[in-house]
Design a protein around this ligand. Structure first.
Ligand code: NAP
Length: 289
């Protein structure tokens, strides 16, 4: 009997709970096809109690790469062999690379966000005065990547103000970073160039919610939202009405995936193909964006 014992296909996947809603398989399947790389990217439903075994299975089954999503981005860190600087700075892992059984964790969310923000809305971040709403997992990666761009200041506002203070204190050495309560943002927005919503307020299934009073938005401000479901949040709609430039979360999603794919394959990611796959998945065209 002859059997093919050499698996040359590239196995990739995403671990989360829930996972059925994830658009990553669609996006990466299109990307692998565009690159002509034989392989598959599969959704993996992993409950929290199974995470350790699932990470071991990455080695056993020979997966080259894994994306990690809610709720595992922090918990997964303890099961990995190495953590890249991006994972340490962001305090979370969204990408695992398997090099012959050695698993390294990266965080591509922050760099993905900044690449998208610069490409689509604010090419120059040096000297910018940035207000970040939220102090959760996504905020960490985003703020650590923003600080690499030498902004003039970063103010973090959070519903639970203590978390904003703690996060700001942890970055004292990296630049001017302050933590405030949500009540204080009325005094900060007039002197801000960019406001970034990293909270989940306004995300499906509650698209009518707003993370701030829209009366505070002013002409010249860049309003950015990490949320990509809906593609254009109510915050962004209010920003448009107020004469602001707007930036949605789809670009971040695409670029975090593009960086991950580049780590796994060593090839430049087909970003335009990935973007088209996402627009198709949302049933919108470039003109709607
Ligand atoms: P998380 O760790 O659970 O943090 C949630 C944040 O939202 C916290 O700061 C929380 O404040 C705040 N928040 C939640 N409900 C609130 C409310 N009713 N009023 C005021 N603040 C509220 O979540 P995450 O992982 O950071 O994700 C946050 C958002 O980013 C989600 O919408 C997610 O879809 C989006 N995201 C997008 C991408 C992308 O690729 N575009 C990637 C990652 C995340 P407290 O601390 O007070 O609870």
């Amino acid at each position: 009997m002859t059997g093919n014992t050499t698996n040359t296909d590239m196995l990739l996947g995403v671990m989360g709970d829930p996972i059925a809603q994830s658009k990553s398989p669609l996006m990466h399947t299109a990307a692998l096809k565009a690159l002509g790389i034989p392989g598959a990217y599969v959704p993996l439903h992993i409950a929290p109690g199974q995470l350790g075994e699932a990470v071991q299975a990455i080695r056993t089954l020979g997966f080259r790469g894994i994306n990690v999503t809610i709720p595992h981005k922090i918990a997964v860190m303890e099961y990995l062999d190495r953590l890249d600087e991006s994972a340490l700075a962001g305090g979370a892992v969204n990408t695992i690379v398997n090099d012959n059984g050695v698993l390294t964790g990266y965080n591509t969310d922050g760099i993905g966000y900044v690449r998208s923000l610069k490409a689509e809305a604010a090419p120059e971040l040096a000297g910018a005065r940035i207000l970040v709403l939220g102090a959760g997992g996504a905020a960490r990666g985003v703020i650590s990547a923003l600080l690499q761009e030498n902004p003039a200041s970063v103010v973090i506002a959070n519903r639970t103000a203590d978390k904003a203070h703690e996060l700001a204190a942890s970055w004292q050495a990296a630049g001017s970073v302050t933590g405030v309560s949500m009540e204080e943002i009325a005094g900060i927005i007039p002197d801000s160039d960019i406001v970034i919503n990293t909270t989940s307020v306004g995300m499906y299934p509650y698209p009518d919610e707003l993370p701030l009073d829209p009366g505070l938005l002013h002409k010249g401000l860049v309003v950015s939202d990490l949320i990509y479901n809906p593609l254009r949040t109510r915050l962004l709609e209010e920003g448009l009405k107020a004469g602001c430039s707007i930036h949605g979360g789809l670009g971040m999603f695409i670029y975090q995936g593009a960086y991950a794919l580049e780590y796994w394959t060593g090839r430049a990611a087909p970003v335009e193909t990935m973007r088209q796959a996402m627009l198709e998945a949302f049933g919108v065209s470039e003109a709607d964006m």
